[in-house]
Design a protein around this ligand. Structure first.
Ligand SMILES: NC(=O)c1ccc[n+]([C@@H]2O[C@H](COP(=O)([O-])OP(=O)(O)OC[C@H]3O[C@@H](n4cnc5c(N)ncnc54)[C@H](OP(=O)(O)O)[C@@H]3O)[C@@H](O)[C@H]2O)c1
Length: 455
């Protein structure tokens, strides 16, 4: 809080915070606007984050910037000088990063401005824009966007405040509504999809238990942990867990003492694909680890069902059409997700009122920044009067006045100024229309002759 306040004071000037041509915007794509084959081209892993933020910030239109990169979305939040040229700069970056021509990328991009951008972020943080409504991972991802923006110093006071407020909104929604209950996630939807497909295999449209299955899970990160939780809850018979590093797989397996788990290195992938009939993949690889040539080289007796929740995809699209193999990616989860959304939609409506309130609070704070330059000038003007008059009084008192007495008089003069300033400053920053605020600022500037003190 102290840091933010000092930053504001430092940066506030008529040209900067008080100039409302400055614009908050978000540009991006998500599962609502782009299929996984486009999204995976715009997945920005953590190791590329610093370079990407620097590249964006290097454009003189971009004052502040932060990036949200998840399996279902890539969103760039920014404060730009001019909406048109600022957004163009972001579009140029997206096209360069993805290697896609602007013409083929733009139909998949959305952009929101000002209030709409703020409302969108609040919705995202609450999990209301997620494929699985109310899923919890998005809040950690928004926290991560805030942390990376701070670490790489790509944000200033405005985005800092916006993202901090989005994080607290996400938490508030989860504590004040039932939206987060039921441990919903992409992983739970993936397990549900597997159960549905097993049901459909026997001609029924219902969820099947996994009691007879030894399920392959490739990857031992956060999503695999959630997969194991859901597989265990659904009574899965056992798991063959594969990972690039054995220690991480073993550490993960140790957290599930009641689920029989065999850990292997990725070099056992062919064995896993030939012995399991259901395999989940959730690694952060940038290149597919399963493709047609691998599958064609393996002897399989079982029908093989693959469910890939990785973005970029872990399973190449060329496996489609191989006899005895059915492959699904994150976009196929829509099928099970829509089965569960109705009940959650009701809760989501409740949460939206809360999001509106949080969005309004941010916008009021942002609007109030318009008063900062005038308040600073007013303070400076009264402070110079205080110093001048204090100096005169102290020199009149002469050397008889003790150091302690001088301090008391100085504190008295400061106290009077602060008391006088308190009400006008509060009123200038209080929520009001822009016209009202500008009128009030004009009156203060005229009465205290502040326009001449700016020069
Ligand atoms: N987090 C989410 O909310 C979410 C939601 C849906 C989908 N996804 C997607 O799911 C995948 C995993 O996400 P996560 O959050 O679980 O990641 P994570 O916790 O960072 O774990 C990454 C996993 O991928 C493995 N890995 C990394 N690079 C690899 C490579 N080049 N080859 C083989 N394995 C590699 C890691 O192995 P080591 O242990 O050996 O490092 C680890 O098992 C990602 O594609 C992500 O986009 C994530």
């Amino acid at each position: 809080m102290v840091l933010r306040a000092s930053l504001l004071t430092e940066r506030a000037s008529k040209k900067d915070l008080g100039n409302f041509s400055m614009h908050i915007a978000v540009v991006g794509l998500s599962h609502h606007t782009a299929p996984v084959e486009i999204r995976e081209k715009l997945s920005i892993p953590e190791q590329n984050m610093e370079g990407s933020l620097k590249a964006l910030k290097a454009d003189e239109q971009v004052l502040e910037v932060s990036i949200l990169s998840t399996c279902n979305r890539l969103e760039i939040y920014t404060l730009v000088k001019n909406p048109e040229t600022g957004i163009n700069a972001i579009n140029d970056f997206l096209s360069t990063y993805s290697g896609l021509e602007k013409e083929s990328l733009s139909p998949h991009l959305f952009n929101f401005h000002q209030e709409e951008a703020v409302a969108h972020l609040m919705k995202v943080a609450a999990g209301l824009d997620s494929l699985v409504l109310g899923e919890g991972q998005i809040l950690s991802q928004v926290k991560k966007m805030l942390r990376l923006g701070q670490d790489y110093q790509s944000m200033g006071p405005i985005l800092n405040r916006l993202l901090t407020q989005a994080v607290s909104t996400g938490k508030r929604v989860r504590t004040e509504t039932n939206l987060g209950t039921g441990a919903v996630s992409i992983s739970s939807a993936a397990v549900e999809l597997a159960q549905l497909k097993l049901g459909q295999l026997s001609g029924e449209d219902k969820l099947f238990t996994l009691e007879t299955e030894i399920v392959g899970v490739v990857g031992a990160g956060r999503m695999s942990r959630l997969l194991l939780q859901h597989l265990q809850a659904k009574g899965c018979n056992g798991v063959m867990l594969l990972n690039r590093t054995r220690e991480r797989a073993e550490a993960l397996a140790a957290d599930f003492p009641e689920l029989p788990i065999n850990c292997h290195l990725l070099s056992s992938l062919n064995q896993c694909l030939s012995s399991c009939s259901l395999v989940f993949t959730s690694t952060a690889t940038e290149e597919p680890i399963i493709d047609a040539s691998r599958l064609n080289s393996i002897k399989r007796s079982n029908f093989l069902r693959l469910i890939d929740i990785g973005v970029p995809r872990n399973i190449s699209a060329d496996v489609d059409g191989i006899a005895g193999v059915e492959s699904h990616d994150v976009d196929d989860l829509q099928e099970v997700v829509s089965r569960n959304q109705e009940a959650r939609q009701q809760v989501a409506l409740k949460a939206e009122a809360l999001l509106k309130e949080e969005g309004r609070l941010f916008l009021e704070w942002w609007d109030s920044l318009e008063a900062v330059p005038t308040i600073n000038l007013l303070r400076a003007s009264l402070e110079s009067v205080r110093r001048e008059e204090l100096q005169k009084a102290l020199s009149r008192m002469g050397p008889d006045f003790s150091a302690r007495e001088r301090k008391v008089v100085e504190a008295l003069s400061k106290g009077i100024i602060n008391k006088i300033l308190h009400t006008p400053v509060t009123k200038l920053r209080a929520p009001q229309t822009r016209i009202e605020r500008q009128k009030a600022l004009g009156v203060v500037e005229t009465l205290f002759d502040l326009s001449s003190s700016q020069d």
